[in-house]
Design a protein. Structure first.
Lengths: 132, 300
C-alpha cells in the first residue's frame, strides 16, 4: 500500500524531523542500514537547502512499488529565488552560502534517481528516488 | 484616564478604550457587590475544581479575593476594553503569576482559564438582577464577557509562556549535559558527541573542548561520533571546524566512531576527511593516541 506524507520545512528543527520521518519510511520499506543512511543523509542535505536557500518549503515522502522493487521518493519544493545555473550548483565545492558546497551533488550521488527543476524567481523542485 | 465624552482616543494598541465603556455599570457593581461576587465566584470555582489535591481551598480563596480587589480597582478607571493600559498593570501581573503557578502545579490550560471564566456567572447574574432595560443588560454582558475573555486568554498565554520557558531551559541544560569533555589519560581528551550536531551544539562543543585543551594542556583530542545518527555535509563542516580550531590550540584531533554506513555516505557525499585522522572505534583511537605519546600498554 502506498504511503504519502507531506512535511513543512521552516526551521532547522524541521530538518531533524524530516530526517526521522525519512528514516522511519526507509525502515518500513525494509531498506538496509546503508541504504537508510544514504537516503536520510540525502534528505538532510536537500531539506537544509530548501530551508537555507529556498527560504523554507515542503517535502513529500512517497513509497513506491514497481514490480517487485520498492523505493522511496522524496520531493522537495520551495517558492524561493530559484537556481540560475543548475550545473554550477551541482558542481562540488560550489556554494552560494557558506557550506562545503557538496550537498546538492552529494545528494545526487546518494540517490538512484535525481531530478531538479528550478525557475529563477519562482522556486525549485528536487525529486530523488532511492530503490531498495 | 479622563472621561473624554464623545472624543475617540486611540491608544498604542489601536484599540478604542472609550467606546461604549463610559456608561458601564460594571465598575459600580464590582464595588458595591464585591462580597457577594467573591463568595459566589468561590462557590463556582470550588464546584468546578476537579483537582482538589493541587491547590488548597484556602489558597484559592486568597487568590480570588486579591484578584477581585485588583479587578475592582482597575475597573474604576472606566476602561474595560484595553487591558494593556497602565491601570490594568497590577491585574496583569497577578494573573501572570497565578497562571505560572498553575502551570508549575500541573493544571491544564483549560483549568487555568476557568479561574477567570468562572467569574462570568456571578457577574452576569448580578447584571441581570440589578439592571432592567434588556438593551442595557445586553450591552453590559457584552462588555463583561469581552473583558473576561481577554483576561482568560491572557491567563492561557502566560501559562503557555511559562511552559515554553521550561522547554527552553531544558534545551539549554540538555545542550550542556550532552557535551562532556572527558580526560582519558594524561594529555588525551575524549569528546563523545551524542545526537544532532547543529550550529548551536557545535559552538558549545567547540568552546568546551578548547577550554579543556587549555586547562589540561592536552595534545590529543578524540572526537567520538558513534552517537551521531546522520553525518551530512553540515555536520562534517562543523567537525572540520572543530578539528581546525583544536589544531590552532596545539592539539591533534582523532575522529572515532565512524560506522560502516556513515563511511559509505561520506564517500558519496564527497567530503574530504584526508587531513583528519579517523578510526572506527574509540578504543582504536585511544590506542593510537597513547602510541603518539610514546605510551604502550602491556598485559601482565
Amino acid at each position: 500500500m502506498q504511503k504519502i506524507e507531506e512535511m513543512e520545512i521552516q526551521s532547522s528543527s524541521d530538518v531533524v524531523l524530516v530526517r526521522q520521518a525519512v528514516r522511519q519510511f526507509a525502515i518500513e520499506l525494509g531498506f538496509g542500514l546503508v541504504d537508510q543512511t544514504k537516503i536520510v543523509t540525502a534528505a538532510s542535505e536537500l531539506a537544509r537547502n530548501t530551508l537555507d536557500y529556498g527560504g523554507g518549503g515542503t517535502v513529500t515522502l512517497e513509497t513506491l512499488q514497481n514490480g517487485g522493487r520498492r523505493g522511496l521518493r522524496l520531493t522537495f519544493e520551495d517558492q524561493g529565488p530559484g537556481i540560475p545555473d543548475i550545473e554550477l550548483a551541482l558542481k562540488d565545492g560550489f556554494t552560494s552560502g557558506g557550506g562545503l558546497g557538496m550537498g546538492l551533488g552529494g545528494a545526487k550521488r546518494l540517490a538512484n534517481e535525481f531530478e531538479i527543476e528550478s525557475v529563477v524567481g519562482e522556486g525549485t523542485r528536487i525529486i530523488i528516488v532511492r530503490w531498495k | 484616564m479622563a472621561d473624554l465624552g464623545n472624543t475617540v482616543v486611540w491608544t498604542d494598541e489601536g484599540k478604542c478604550p472609550m467606546e461604549m465603556t463610559h456608561s458601564s455599570k460594571i465598575p459600580e457593581i464590582l464595588k458595591t457587590h464585591e462580597a457577594e461576587l467573591l463568595s459566589e465566584w468561590n462557590q463556582e470555582l470550588v464546584a468546578t475544581n476537579t483537582r482538589k489535591g493541587l491547590i488548597k481551598e484556602a489558597e484559592l480563596q486568597v487568590e480570588c479575593r486579591e484578584f477581585l480587589k485588583l479587578l475592582r480597582i482597575a475597573a474604576q478607571s472606566g476602561n474595560l476594553s484595553n487591558i494593556q493600559a497602565s491601570e490594568w498593570r497590577e491585574v496583569r501581573e497577578m494573573l501572570t503569576s497565578i497562571s505560572r503557578s498553575r502551570s508549575h502545579k500541573g493544571f491544564t490550560p483549560t483549568e487555568t482559564a476557568t479561574f477567570i471564566f468562572s467569574f462570568k456567572r456571578p457577574l452576569f447574574d448580578r447584571l441581570r438582577q440589578l439592571l432592567h432595560d434588556p438593551t442595557e443588560i445586553g450591552d453590559e454582558i457584552w462588555q463583561a464577557t469581552d473583558l473576561l475573555d481577554r483576561l482568560g486568554l491572557m491567563a492561557v498565554e502566560a501559562y503557555q509562556k511559562s511552559r515554553e520557558e521550561v522547554i527552553l531551559r531544558q534545551q539549554e541544560e540538555m545542550m550542556e549535559l550532552s557535551t562532556p569533555v572527558v580526560k582519558l589519560w594524561d594529555g588525551i581528551l575524549a569528546l563523545p558527541i551524542i545526537g544532532t550536531l547543529d550550529s548551536a551544539r557545535t559552538q558549545v562543543v567547540m568552546e568546551s573542548l578548547l577550554q579543556k585543551i587549555v586547562e589540561t594542556g592536552s595534545e590529543v583530542a578524540i572526537i567520538d561520533i558513534t552517537g551521531v545518527p546522520t553525518v551530512d555535509t553540515l555536520t562534517a563542516q562543523h567537525l572540520l571546524k572543530t578539528v581546525t580550531a583544536a589544531r590552532l590550540m596545539g592539539a591533534d584531533c582523532i575522529i572515532s566512531g565512524i560506522r560502516p554506513q556513515i563511511a559509505q555516505t561520506i564517500v558519496y557525499l564527497g567530503i574530504d576527511l584526508t587531513d583528519v585522522t579517523t578510526k572506527a572505534t574509540l578504543a582504536d583511537a585511544f590506542l593510537m593516541a597513547l602510541k603518539r605519546k610514546g605510551t604502550t600498554i602491556t598485559r601482565k
